[in-house]
Design a protein around this ligand. Structure first.
Ligand code: SF4
Length: 420
């Protein structure tokens, strides 16, 4: 399901309405029987007016998504102008990506975000996709340096959802609330053996129609094959850093090449892949971030998965400095320029560090989806990848989400070029 900015009716003519869509005049077909007058707020898709809303409701949606502001390209420096105009004709080079990530002055940054936002609106529909994540276990046998779920964190209160509880949570999210894409996430937890995982995936797929991502760590390839046959559609597995030294430092000396290989193998099995870096790891340079963006592009994916390092309690990186939110916005915007059709989510980690208003800033810099937490409330605060996570506003997003029926399945299937 997805959420869209309100537009204003200028006039109507039988079945067609002329609207002001955030400064752009547009004609849309009227798909509601409610009477419409000039000045009414309405919700629309690309060319279809779906619903009339009142002033208060429009304000509530603007408070979730923010106002877009395009800027005049004439005010920016010539090198930036050249990169922005080259983007449509050819791939950006690493040097150009580094240039974009190094921008500091406010004018240039506004131009970058504005361009990313224009690309978002023209390459994919002008909607914010609303997806859900269920964090079903915080047990993990690994010891990644940055992660609050690491096995050496003896302070965490562990929890596991029973398979039936996971199935019920997912089915309720899809059948009652309208979610079409869910992520099932856990630490690398062998308590969920082959049979349990197969039961969970097939149990969900038998009871509802949903695009199902798994984020369960580096399990055997044969298991992933069976999970695919049982109905899993996507894998969320980050490569964390395209710099092999940083990767090895974070993962007890493991190799980046193996991780990338595993991601490739999963793609060959037919999974849709979601992957990306952690931004702000110690020793990471702007050149590394540019490589991260190019790696995400090379892997080719529907929905990149990237987020800031959140220095967490009981981890060796607790005292690392929190990375400036501006860098995250620059990575989002540059990723949008590099892969125009990517579904770029605002992740919980971003909101944890920078507050709920970061969601809006990220949308205005080219992000186009949000991942809401659907973990049953009694477990949520024990998922210690990071503390103080934000769980507010889900209900408002769910309330204003459009396309909860067949149309949204069709939209998602068209985008993914696969049936769910
Ligand atoms: S990042 Fe994943 S694999 Fe590593 S410790 Fe955390 S949950 Fe485990």
């Amino acid at each position: 399901m997805c959420i869209t900015l309100p537009a204003k009716v200028i006039n109507t003519n039988g079945t067609i309405a002329e609207i002001d869509n955030n400064g752009r005049r547009q004609s849309v077909r009227i798909g509601t029987t409610e009477p419409l007058s000039p000045g009414d707020w309405v919700l629309t898709t690309a060319d279809f007016l779906i619903k009339k809303i009142d002033d208060l409701e429009a304000r509530e949606i603007f408070s979730l998504l923010g106002h877009y502001q395009d800027i005049n390209p004439e005010i920016i420096d010539s090198k930036l102008k050249e990169i922005l105009s080259a983007r449509g004709q050819r791939d950006l080079t690493k040097e150009e990506i580094v240039y974009l990530l190094s921008l500091e002055d406010e004018k240039s940054l506004r131009a970058l975000y504005s361009e990313a936002n224009i690309i978002r609106k023209t390459s994919i529909k002008d909607h914010i996709c609303v997806h859900g994540i269920i964090e079903f276990s915080n047990n993990c046998k690994n010891n990644c340096l940055y992660c609050g779920l690491r096995r050496d964190n003896k302070e965490k209160i562990t929890y596991r959802l029973e398979p039936e509880e996971i199935i019920c949570t997912a089915v309720k999210a899809v059948n009652d609330k309208g979610y079409k894409l869910l992520v099932l996430q856990s630490g690398e937890d062998d308590w969920y053996d082959e049979q349990k995982l197969l039961d969970i995936v097939s149990g969900i797929k038998e009871r509802c129609r949903v695009f199902l991502y798994l984020s369960i760590g580096d399990r055997e390839i044969e298991l992933y094959q069976k999970l695919k046959q049982a109905g899993a559609n996507g894998i969320l597995m980050r490569f964390e850093s395209s710099n092999p030294e940083i990767y090895a430092r974070m993962h007890d000396g493991e190799s980046l090449a193996e991780r990338l290989n595993r991601i490739k193998e999963l793609k060959q099995l037919g999974y849709i892949i979601s992957t990306g870096p952690i931004i702000g790891l110690p020793g990471q340079t702007t050149g590394d971030l540019a490589d991260d963006i190019l790696t995400m592009k090379d892997i080719g994916q529907f929905m990149p998965s990237m987020g800031p390092l959140v220095p967490s309690a009981n981890t060796p990186l607790l005292n690392e400095q929190v990375i400036d939110s501006k860098i995250i916005l620059k990575v989002i915007a540059t990723m949008r320029l590099t892969v125009p059709s990517a579904r770029i989510p605002v992740t919980t980690a971003m909101e944890t560090l920078y507050g709920m208003e970061f969601r809006q800033q990220a949308f205005l810099a080219g992000a186009n989806s949000v991942m809401l937490n659907l973990t049953p409330e009694k477990y949520r605060n024990n998922y210690y990848i990071y503390a103080n996570k934000f769980f507010d506003q889900e209900k408002k997003y769910e309330k204003w989400a459009l396309f909860k029926g067949e149309l949204s399945y069709q939209m998602l299937e068209n985008e993914l070029q696969m049936s769910i």
